[in-house]
Design a protein around this ligand. Structure first.
Ligand code: ATP
Ligand code: MG
Length: 362
């Protein structure tokens, strides 16, 4: 049975984007073909190329196309290299804000064959992506930073009960889903309510309350500083970690490095209706154009995007394709095929070709 093609937006981006995004697309195409469907990739102008063609890093044409899509993949953007008049808002912020992508999901799991500081780490960090101290993400009050005088700077940390509850719900559901694969459902609420009593205290309380709807999930609470130490000391004690924006940013880089390298970690930004697959690494201008970039993070992000959107759209084909992509990447790395950043000699396209070969086979 061949079902109708799935529409997926593609925003190639800057730096190594033109290398890792097409590499991930080849793996996704192969996985979809095995599952009996095609992918209708809709490439949309974005980043430096869109500044050249449309005088806008995120042109209106791109936004109106995305309005109509549930799933898209986005390469890195190197906004520091844009002409100064295009640097005021990063393309990532434009997309997060317009589509209300309030959840940033960042797993950290060691791959067999890739040296890791903590081979037993296997966590999912669920980061609130629309509030907190991040000025560019303060979707409700706009910029949260200002200077009343040239010598004083203030940052407003915004926490609302509704945003805390909605991220908690995503996290508890994720804990439950991950438990299906043979482990108990565990979730750590990470805050700093001994010092940031009102803001992170509200976050903690909202998470606790949502937890009452999930009696099957074991809940623990950690201060963010203790959590950082515990991730290094006893990573296997943790599964899903839910936290606010700034803490989530820092903890997910820590967890990513403990699992091997930031270059292998996938990530999605999502709302309850739309999913944007986006690797956590940047545009890596130092290696761009040489064909040596590691495509693993991008492939893993696309697989996560397929899985997440598959749940939203009730599309088991997308979920099955995601599983195939993940095992193909794990199999390729386990066979000691890797790019230079992981100590290997494979090029970006060689790695992707090996993953494609494994998508169809065992
Ligand atoms: P940003 O501000 O956009 O997050 P950054 O300063 O964190 O960028 P990256 O672009 O992520 O920097 O690059 C950091 C280092 O990691 C660089 O040396 C880069 O070459 C390397 N790197 C990043 N992504 C990859 C990748 N996919 N493959 C190989 N090396 C990478
Ligand atoms: Mg970075």
């Amino acid at each position: 049975m061949v079902s109708s093609p799935r529409r997926v937006g593609v925003l190639i981006g800057d730096g190594i984007g033109p290398e890792v995004v097409p590499a991930a697309m080849t793996v996704a195409d192969a996985a979809a073909a095995v599952e009996g469907f095609g992918i209708d990739w809709e490439e949309l102008p974005f980043g430096a190329a869109a500044i050249a063609s449309h005088d806008d890093a995120v042109p209106d044409a791109t936004l109106s196309a995305l309005d109509d899509l549930g799933l898209w993949i986005v390469g890195p953007h190197d906004s520091a290299s844009y002409p100064v008049e295009h640097r005021s808002r990063t393309p990532g912020a434009v997309l997060r804000t317009r589509y209300g992508l309030f959840a940033n999901l960042r797993p950290a799991k060691a791959f067999p064959g890739v040296p890791a500081t903590k081979p037993d780490i296997d966590v999912l960090i669920v980061r609130e992506n629309s509030e907190g101290l991040y000025a560019d993400r303060n979707m409700t009050v706009g910029s949260g930073e200002f200077m009343p005088t040239p010598d004083v700077a203030l940052a407003v940390g915004l926490v609302t009960r509704s945003a805390s509850e909605r991220i908690a719900r995503v996290a508890f559901e994720a804990a439950r889903d991950r438990a299906d694969s043979g482990r108990p459902a565990r979730l750590a609420i990470v805050h700093k309510a001994n010092v940031l009593r009102l803001t992170t205290g509200l976050f903690r309380d909202a998470c606790r309350e949502v937890g009452e709807e999930f009696p099957d999930v074991e809940v623990t609470e950690q201060h963010v500083d203790a959590m950082a130490a515990l991730l290094v000391r006893r990573p296997a004690d943790f599964d899903v970690i839910v936290t606010e924006n700034l803490f989530g940013d820092i903890l997910s880089d820590l967890a990513g490095e403990l699992a091997g390298s930031l270059g292998i970690a996938g990530s999605v930004n999502c709302s309850t209706t739309q999913v944007m697959a986006q690797a956590t690494h940047g545009a890596a201008p130092d290696i761009a154009g040489r064909g040596v970039a590691n495509p693993v993070a991008m492939i893993a992000s696309v697989a996560m995007g397929f899985r997440r959107y598959g749940l939203i759209a009730d599309d088991p084909g997308l979920i099955a394709a995601a599983d195939r992509m993940d095992s193909a990447v794990a199999g390729t790395l386990a066979a000691a095929i890797a790019t230079a950043d992981l100590g290997g000699t494979a090029s970006t396209t060689e790695f992707a070709a090996e993953a494609v070969r494994r998508v169809t086979g065992p």
